[in-house]
Design a protein around this ligand. Sequence first.
Ligand SMILES: [Zn+2]
Length: 162
Amino acid sequence: MTPEIRFIVDAMYGSLARWLRLLGYNTVYSDTKSDDEILRETDDRILLTRDKELIIRARKSTIHVLNPGSGSIRSMLQRLQEDLGIQFVANPNESRCPSCNGTLLLKRREDVQNQVPKGSLRNHNEFWQCSNSLCHQVYWQGRHWTRISNTLKQLKSDETKE
Ligand SMILES: [Zn+2]
């Protein structure tokens, strides 16, 4: 993960925002922000949008803006990797909360037993809790994590094909 890269994502890219947070990237996202608010709040973040008008306005304000396109998550991530010269890596210890962008803290089973279904509690040893007191969501490496790892593996193989 490259901590100096931070994103602000427009309303069309909600699921991409969740992915970027899981991959450890500090990502601002809100589906209620107006274009004006987005442009005002970039604060050195890279703006991700495919809205042509917003792209033009961002460029005029010398905001770093990228268009991840409209394909699958995999193709969007691939494009960001190429544009930014980075490699996405799945590391749960660097993940941010996909729902609120809060940082996650590693927790022991006893700390989260009331918030995790029994089966998951039994099958996993590591749990992470969102540090944002308004959120406090608990995560573990369930099936979604296998999907994330597989998608990232595909990114790598796409690269070697070319
Ligand atoms: Zn959270």
